[in-house]
Design a protein around this ligand. Structure first.
Ligand SMILES: Nc1nc2c(ncn2[C@@H]2O[C@H](COP(=O)(O)OP(=O)(O)OP(=O)(O)O)[C@@H](O)[C@H]2O)c(=O)[nH]1
Ligand SMILES: [Mg+2]
Length: 468
């Protein structure tokens, strides 16, 4: 066998064995700070053996197993032959008062890539296994330290590009969304308990005025789910940014505007019509709000396939835009294809090149007059963009916003509630209602990661005074 092939076969078999072994080891370790140079890096270990593992690699005045929880200690990490790898600060966080809910060890070491890798290696050598992505947070969820929405917020928090996105993620991390979901869930559980009671005691049935009350409660649950579903757009905007599409006839100055708002020459600008052939996207931070700006291929009747494809892309972007900036060259006559879109709330008419004389075609048009050449009117344009975006209620106090996964669960819940509502109207028997409500309960529970409907029903029935 060829030497390198032999080696890779060997590596493959050993790593397969290692992998199986590693997966069963309950203590995990990882570098928690980003890769690269930095003053300090953090290596974390979590699991039942984390502290015992720390004992084996730490040299200081005291052994980690003797540390008071949450207090930092100076010491050294040593390799198997007792050689110092790095001088570090270590703290241990005893279960359950830690991020993961398990025994957790934090090692702050020097931030060089090699040093950090060696510290991690030391942890792995004495029994920890390398953590999968998100595994610390997964353990926090499994140990009831947070619900699923909070776990998701951790990811958003790490990725947040602006203040507002950050605050929204923080709110979610504090569990505001989880709180809402739990209250909806409780309302469904209560309703279900009543419905189930009439299954268990069919001779009592559902009295007409009782049925009216149940309907009202179901309606308020539906309203709450709908209200949460309505935040999906806000959620997307906070996480991904508002989509603002710049469009208009060729040569109007679309690319110039993108460059101006970005603050650097990102896109090629020229006086040739049809310079931009593809959509180009960049994110700008407009006073804390992430804005995804899209420059597009200009509209004109074109014979080239390439340009037609560009224009098709422009149209696709427009259909997905939160706000559309319609750019016009006020110095040029009105293009044949021009459509006045000013009445559309998502469209902003912008008359560019205000440094040049205005063509008489534009006299009767109200729109923002700007110049990408002199920057005149750009401040007003930014204000106007923010004002239009503001309609999406992007205030941090409203920052309970759902993501795509939540939306999927909540839609299913709403569908099930709607079926239950129709069932009530058709006076279907309680068994049918119960099936729909359970489905709604499961779907809502999926948002925060609680399942096990039966268990919850048991606890509710325990409190329910049925023999009255
Ligand atoms: N005088 C003046 N010229 C401008 C202004 N804005 C853009 N231009 C010029 O107008 C021409 C077209 O600008 P672009 O930004 O490439 O226009 P575009 O809309 O992206 O054009 P296409 O990509 O071809 O659709 C360039 O020569 C710019 O320098 C302005 O405010 N005043
Ligand atoms: Mg262009």
């Amino acid at each position: 066998m060829h030497r390198s092939a032999e080696r890779s076969a060997l590596v493959e078999t050993t790593s397969a064995v290692d992998q199986a072994e590693l997966n069963s080891a309950p203590t995990i370790a990882a570098i928690s700070t980003p890769a690269g140079e930095g003053a300090i890096a953090l290596v974390r270990m979590s699991g039942p053996d984390a502290i015992a593992t720390a004992d084996k690699i730490f040299r200081g005045k005291e052994k980690p197993s003797g540390f008071v929880s949450h207090v930092q200690h100076l010491g050294e990490i040593v390799d198997e032959s007792g050689r110092v790898i790095d001088e570090v600060v270590m703290s241990i966080h005893r279960a359950p008062a830690s991020y993961t809910g398990e025994d957790l060890v934090e090692i702050s070491c020097h931030g060089g890539t090699l040093v950090t890798a060696k510290v991690l290696e030391a942890c792995l050598r004495v029994g920890a296994r390398i953590a999968r992505p998100g595994e610390f947070t997964e353990r926090a969820f499994l140990n009831d330290k947070m619900d699923l929405t909070q776990a998701e917020a951790v990811i958003d928090l790490i990725r947040a590009g602006t203040d507002l996105a950050l605050r929204s993620a923080t709110e979610q991390l504090e569990g505001k969304l989880g709180e809402k979901i739990r209250s909806i869930r409780q309302a469904i559980v209560d309703l279900l308990a009543h419905v189930e009671a009439s299954i268990d005691f069919p001779e009592e049935g559902i009295e007409p005025d009782e049925a009216e009350k149940l309907r009202a409660r179901l309606d308020s649950i539906r309203a709450e789910i709908s209200a949460l579903l309505a935040t999906a757009d806000t959620g997307r905007i906070l996480r991904e940014g508002v989509r603002v599409v710049i469009y208009g006839a060729t040569n109007a100055g679309k690319s110039s505007l993108l460059n101006r708002l970005l603050g650097y020459e990102r896109v090629i600008v020229s006086d040739t019509h049809g310079t931009t052939r593809d959509t180009i996207e960049e994110t700008v931070n407009l006073r804390g709000i992430p804005v995804r700006l899209l420059d597009t291929a200009g509209f004109r009747t074109s014979t080239s396939d390439l340009e037609r494809e560009g224009i098709a892309r422009t149209e696709r972007s427009l259909s997905q835009a939160d706000l559309r900036l319609h750019i016009i060259d006020r110095n040029a006559p009105r293009p044949v294809h021009f459509k006045d879109t000013a009445a559309n709330g998502n469209d902003l008419l912008i008359l560019n090149k205000s440094d040049l004389p205005e063509h008489s075609d534009w006299q009767n048009f109200t729109g923002l007059r700007i110049s990408c050449m002199t920057e005149e009117g750009l401040g007003e344009l930014q204000n106007e963009i923010l004002a239009r975006i503001g309609k999406h209620n992007l205030r941090p106090e409203n920052a309970v916003a759902i993501n795509l996964r939540h939306r999927d669960c909540l839609r299913r819940a709403l569908d099930a509630c709607e079926r239950a509502r129709r069932g009530m109207a058709e006076r279907l028997s309680a068994e049918y209602l119960s099936v729909d409500l359970k489905e709604a309960l499961d779907a809502v529970g999926e948002v925060i990661g609680t399942v096990g409907v039966e268990q919850i029903l048991d606890s509710v029935f325990g409190q329910f005074c049925i023999g009255k």
